[in-house]
Design a protein around this ligand. Structure first.
Ligand SMILES: NS(=O)(=O)c1c(F)c(F)c(S(=O)(=O)CCO)c(N[C@H]2CCCc3ccccc32)c1F
Ligand SMILES: [Zn+2]
Length: 263
């Protein structure tokens, strides 16, 4: 597809030229501002199934030039939503060694150092994610905000392989692990809204669930994520660091953000 980046001439202000939905409605991410939040007691705790993958299983970790992503088996799924949403991949967004602000969603204007996304598709209605990608009930993404603090052994399960995917299109196989450990302890407090992919093609097809409570990684783990990767391929002459790969917050328009918790 058409080239797009997070800065320069192909940056987000230009995305809508090649990807019209990026200039459309229901775009993500957004800033969770108190005045547009509404408590919804019907929002039940998120329930995930088969997230505890056996270490005998292998996952493909890759650098696609936009993020580092981990392929996930479709046996992993969210069971607490009206439809079953099966896992497809997880990836991250982060700042840089000099910018500890790289999350996509923000809370009352506070941007976190990084954000983890676990992408799922509606496997009750669609046979695979490619078919589900542009359907209004096609995708569900879990967003986990990341703060710098204590060392996180779960994140190290894949961060320790970053040097194997330094350049675009590099892949490595890694031992699977319990993906549940990447999530915050409580899955009952979250923001919920209808939004979009935060990268081209920006389809408004995502039911977003962003947990209220961030997880922590150590400063060293954050710096490893923020400084190990390049968006350019190994053959290219000028290596382009892969960092600050987050989209700016979009207008909420008249969308209401539901929250499962009361202030
Ligand atoms: N923030 S976000 O909206 O969740 C989000 C990203 F930020 C992100 F970088 C990716 S990407 O790594 O695939 C690089 C961009 O194509 C995705 N992938 C999705 C949408 C694109 C096509 C596709 C095909 C199969 C599986 C997943 C996806 C993404 F959904
Ligand atoms: Zn994402």
């Amino acid at each position: 597809g058409a080239k797009w980046t997070y800065s320069g001439p192909y940056g987000e202000q230009s995305w809508s030229r090649s990807f019209p939905f990026c200039g459309g409605a229901f775009q993500s991410p957004i800033d969770f501002q108190t005045p547009i939040l509404r408590y919804d007691p019907a929002l039940s705790p998120i329930e995930v199934k088969n997230y505890n993958l056996p270490p005998s299983e292998q996952l493909t970790m890759s650098n696609n030039g936009h993020s580092v992503k981990l392929s996930l088996p479709s046996s992993m799924h969210i069971s607490s939503m009206p439809y079953r949403y099966s896992a497809s991949q997880l990836h991250l967004h982060w700042g840089s060694s000099s910018l500890l602000e790289g999350s996509e969603h923000t809370i009352n204007g506070k941007q976190f150092p990084a954000e983890l996304h676990i992408v799922h598709f509606n496997s009750d209605k669609y046979s695979n994610i490619s078919v589900a990608l542009d359907k209004s009930d096609g995708l569900a993404v879990l967003g986990i905000l990341i703060e710098v603090g204590n060392f996180n052994p779960a994140f190290d399960r894949f961060l320790k392989y970053l040097n194997g995917v330094k350049f675009k299109d590099q892949k490595v196989q890694i031992a699977a692990f319990n993906i549940r450990e990447l999530l915050p302890d409580g899955l009952h407090e979250y923001y919920r809204y209808d939004g979009s992919l935060t990268t081209p093609p920006c389809y408004p097809s995502v039911l977003w669930t962003v947990f209220k409570n961030p997880v922590t990684v150590s400063r060293q783990q954050f710096l490893s994520l923020a400084t190990s990767l390049y968006s350019s391929s190994s053959q290219e002459s000028a290596p382009e660091p892969l960092n600050r790969n987050f989209r700016k917050t979009q207008l909420a328009d008249n969308r209401v953000i539901l929250v499962s918790f009361q202030q």
